[in-house]
Design a protein around this ligand. Structure first.
Ligand code: AMP
Ligand code: MG
Length: 403
């Protein structure tokens, strides 16, 4: 077997990974208050006009706009007070005739006859008469019935990642519970004889497993259920047993470490023996020795061991598959545009992800060996240098994918 990887472009690798998400989407119903961060599985429509009535947006007097024409501080319009609107109550008996007004609180139902509201601040009560000191135009300070949404209108499309404010709008639309994509269960296996858990003091030659908790934390935030399978030694039988269990229990399995072609690197061989290896080697830096495979029709990824590399591959290669599993239309990536502070060279032929700090619109690259953790701490995100480029020049505009 060749010691060299056959690398394929990022785009091809992503397409291969995405195709592994063909199984029917899991769907569940959640109450609106628990819907933030979930991906809608169905369109949501307004069950009625919202608002359901013409509504005042200020405290004041409901009037006929024409009656206030020319009103001013010195010559106010004099209107006869014809009653008061109470909140939550559509008082059908109240009518604003010519020369009349009705007191109305914010959110009150605009009475028949009125077409605008004068703010309290521009009025003065004098017995049964109200002095209006400013003119209002037709529709002023009034939210029209259905101005927000019309009955039957699609308010949210399926595939949307719901936000906390969406939960409020769902409730306003009569949607106490919604259908959302079930959370993909993602198994995480850290591999390597040198690894010890975080609560163990490493002996010389040992390192703590950073990838397990890191991958789990990211996946949890992305709307998946991470399931940690701990650390597996580079021993074939142990490796096989854990992978088998994880494939059985999870929708996706992510391994880290052992993804290269060293004699100790077992990930590819084990995936091949249980299923198939579809990709071994991607033209991405960091992260070239990445594996995409399939066991029992479930996607299995082998990420490189260096935490920074594993993280980049997670975001660049695994994430699109998760979007597909979630039915998410727009990836949950926050980006910001910035200007590059210095030249960043790149090797033509591979897509390069460079960690950057961003401050005041300036992106400063953090160069460092791929094994370093500190660049993960100092950086705010990544910039992507496409495969065809030999680098990016100082002063050019870049899009930063924020962590
Ligand atoms: P590998 O991909 O197995 O060749 O590992 C590459 C480097 O990443 C080695 O220095 C490993 O010790 C390190 N590494 C592998 N897995 C982890 C992990 N889970 N956490 C931290 N470092 C790791
Ligand atoms: Mg290893």
């Amino acid at each position: 077997m060749s010691r060299f990887l056959t690398v394929i472009p990022v785009k091809e690798a992503v397409a291969i990974a995405e195709k592994l998400a063909v199984r029917p989407q899991k769907i569940e119903r959640v109450p609106a208050e628990q819907s933030a961060g979930r991906v809608l599985a169905q369109d949501v429509t307004a069950d009625r006009d919202i608002p359901g009535f013409n509504r005042s947006v200020v405290d004041g007097y409901a009037v006929r706009a024409g009656d206030t024409a020319g009103a001013g501080e010195s010559i106010p319009a004099l209107l006869r007070s014809a009653g008061r609107i109470a909140m939550g109550n559509d008082k059908k008996d109240l009518h604003v005739g010519t020369g009349e007004c009705v007191y109305i609180p914010t959110g009150g139902v605009l009475p028949d006859g009125a077409d605008a509201v004068v703010m309290l601040e521009y009025s003065e009560e004098a017995g049964d008469t109200v002095l209006v000191k400013r003119p209002v135009s037709h529709g002023e300070n009034v939210l029209q019935r259905n101005e927000d949404f019309t009955s039957g209108e699609v308010v949210f499309r399926r595939g949307r990642r719901l936000s906390p404010q969406d939960a409020g709008v769902l409730a306003a639309c009569g949607c106490a519970a919604v259908a959302v994509a079930g959370k993909p269960i993602v198994g995480i296996i850290s591999t390597g004889n040198e690894l010890v858990p975080a609560n163990v003091v490493p002996e010389p030659g040992q390192v703590r497993d950073a990838n397990g908790p890191m991958l789990a934390a990211w996946l949890g935030g992305y709307g998946c259920v991470p399931r940690l399978y701990g650390i597996v030694k580079d021993e074939r039988s142990a490796f096989e047993a854990v992978i088998e269990r994880a494939v059985l229990e999870c929708d996706v399995v992510i391994l880290s470490g052992g993804s290269s072609k060293d004699d100790r690197d077992m990930t590819a061989a084990v995936i091949a023996s249980k299923g198939e290896v579809l990709v071994h080697g991607i033209a991405i830096a960091p992260g070239k020795p990445t594996i995409i495979g399939r066991i029992d029709n479930k996607p299995v990824f082998g990420l490189p061991g260096h935490p920074a590399s594993a993280y980049v591959v997670l975001i660049a290669i695994v994430r699109p598959l998760l979007d597909a599993l979630l039915g998410q239309e727009v990836p949950l990536l926050r980006t910001v545009n910035a200007t590059l502070s210095e030249n960043v060279p790149s090797q033509r032929g591979r897509e390069e992800y460079v960690r950057v700090m961003v401050k005041d619109g300036i992106a400063t690259p953090l160069f460092g060996k791929s094994g370093l953790l500190n660049t993960l701490v100092k950086s705010d995100g990544l910039i992507r240098i496409p495969a065809g480029y030999e680098g990016l020049e100082k002063g050019c505009g870049v899009e930063v994918i924020l962590w």
